[in-house]
Ligand binder design. Structure first.
Ligand code: AMP
Length: 509
């Protein structure tokens, strides 16, 4: 039976004893062993009662087994939702019920907190630990493997939840065809072959580490040095063994801070790729001075996979995200969707086989952002220069990107406004030397209330994931507003422009 994505990514390597994963301790996982594990996980999903099209939610630590569950879900035709491990139980509860997930897989340590969530959604909870133990692994051992389910290019493969500007996250529906077509283009554009070794230190609950990095490596047939998370020391230890690294800008700024980053360390490397957030032109220059490599910056998003990339052979221009990828149409439009002349700033719209199928269960949101002619309104503001290079100048939706993670101010504002004594709040991003942007919250107390920023921080602790929590909370008597009553966030951004200038790094990636 044909399974569009599984056959192309995993099926073709099934009998191969070549390395797929190289682990931090030097252990290796062959394609053959990985595929056998994936086939058993597919069997476990079927044994747990999931049928093609059903949803499984995964809140798991990055591990070879997490990847094998994803491969198993694709094999079984089960739609998977990878969830950030930082999400709280109440956030997981929203994703589970919105997606109607039948099964939640989590680490053993989280099981007690998540059991009521699964029960509340009428779903089953099973454990899969990063070391390969847990009830789901047990079921996989007894259930045995199942053959790939029949799936075509238009069938759903994954639901990736984006943050919602109104506090509600949206499940971006990615089809088998969306994912495979984009990976095929990238392998070619970035010249991947089976002689490459990809250094993989990104999370695999997000499109960058999951679809861009992993799918490209699988399609090229090259192994990945699979690190559980970004750690400058570990990356430096493994760079001599790699030929390509994909990272968010924070990876590059952190590595530049380390004196062990030398020309000799990167002698085996052929390509450094950056994306998910703007790479400062300054970082681009510093990287070239230290390593003699020009970072290749690309631009994409959850809903569209990758849209543009700087060229492999041609000019990689710092501060731009390059040219539309083959098969991707990109235009800059006004709010009504009329295309603007070259060089003018407007909203970037994209169309192509990479663009998602719409938002799960949200036809009205889908209609707002995905035009009938197939163009997706990205919400990013940008321009195209005379040579076709795209520059992103801002984010229409006030998205904050901190350490490569997206934070929608509205969600943090809603959590703050809900706290006793808070009248209102405005959340902005301020330049941060380590994270790109750091979250700043300006909070206005109710009359007579005495607010303590530290107490507000603590109160936010179990409401929103750690990466979304403000690094600075300032108490103000009021918020600046224009005559239309809108909060003037640009004035707040000016006020807090230097808030993190001297603070150095805080927290972890
Ligand atoms: P996500 O859906 O998490 O992948 O976030 C997508 C958003 O990240 C895009 O809409 C852009 O605003 C931003 N983004 C991704 N890559 C870049 C880049 N190279 N430069 C600037 N912004 C980027």
């Amino acid at each position: 039976m044909a399974n569009h994505l599984y056959d192309a990514l995993f099926g073709r390597h099934e009998g191969s004893s070549a390395d797929f994963l190289i682990l931090p301790d030097g252990a290796r996982v062959s394609h053959k062993d990985f595929s056998a594990r994936a086939a058993r996980f597919a069997g476990a999903l079927v044994a747990a009662g999931l049928k093609p099209g059903d949803r499984v939610a995964l809140q798991l630590e990055k591990s070879p087994d997490m990847l094998a569950v994803i491969a198993g879900a694709i094999r079984a035709g089960v739609v998977f939702l990878p969830l950030n491990t930082a999400y709280t139980a109440s956030e997981v509860s929203y994703f589970m019920s919105d997606a109607g997930a039948k099964l939640l897989l989590c680490d053993g340590r989280a099981a007690a907190a998540l059991a009521p969530v699964a029960a509340g959604c009428g779903s089953r909870l099973m454990v899969l630990n990063a070391d390969g133990t847990g009830s789901f692994a047990g079921l996989a051992a007894t259930a045995g493997p199942v053959p790939p389910a029949e799936r075509g290019a238009d069938d759903l493969s994954a639901l990736l939840y984006t943050s919602g500007t109104t506090g509600r996250s949206k499940g971006a529906m990615m089809s088998h065809g969306n994912l495979l077509s984009n990976a095929e283009v990238l392998v070619d554009y970035w010249r991947f072959t089976d002689r490459d070794v990809l250094l993989h230190a990104l999370p695999i609950f997000h499109t960058h580490g999951l679809f861009v990095a992993t799918n490209v490596a699988l399609l090229a047939g090259c192994p990945m040095v699979f690190l559980p998370k970004f750690d400058a020391g570990a990356v430096i230890r493994h760079l001599p063994q790699a030929t390509v690294m994909m990272g968010v800008p924070t990876f590059y700024t952190r590595l530049l801070d380390d004196p062990r980053l030398t020309l000799d360390l990167v002698r085996n490397m052929r390509l450094f790729i950056s994306g998910s957030a703007p790479l400062l032109a300054e970082t681009h220059r510093q990287w070239q001075a230290r390593t003699d490599h020009r970072i290749l910056e690309r631009y994409g998003m959850t809903e569209t996979n990758m849209n543009t990339s700087n060229p492999y052979d041609g000019d990689r221009r710092a501060g731009t995200v390059g040219l539309p990828l083959p098969g991707v149409e990109l235009k800059v439009c006004d709010a009504a969707g009329a295309e603007l002349p070259g060089g003018e700033i407007g909203v970037i719209e994209v169309r192509g086989p990479n663009v998602f199928q719409g938002y799960w269960n949200m036809p009205e949101k889908t209609a707002e952002e995905l035009r009938a002619d197939g163009f997706f309104i990205t919400g990013d503001l940008g321009l195209v220069d005379g040579d076709g290079y795209v520059t992103i100048v801002g984010r229409g939706k006030d998205l904050i990107i901190s350490g490569g993670f997206n934070i929608y101010p509205k969600e943090v504002e809603l959590a703050l406004d809900d706290l006793p004594g808070v009248l209102e709040s405005a959340v902005i991003g301020a330049p941060h030397p380590d994270f790109g942007e750091g979250v700043v919250a300006v909070v206005v107390p109710e009359a007579g209330a005495d607010l303590d920023p530290q107490a507000l921080q603590v109160a936010l602790g179990d409401r929103i994931a750690r990466f979304k929590q403000p690094k600075l909370i300032a108490i103000r008597e009021g918020l600046p507003r224009n005559t239309m009553g809108k909060v003037q966030k640009n004035l707040l951004r000016d006020d807090f422009r230097d808030a993190f200038a001297r603070s150095g790094s805080q927290g972890g990636f």
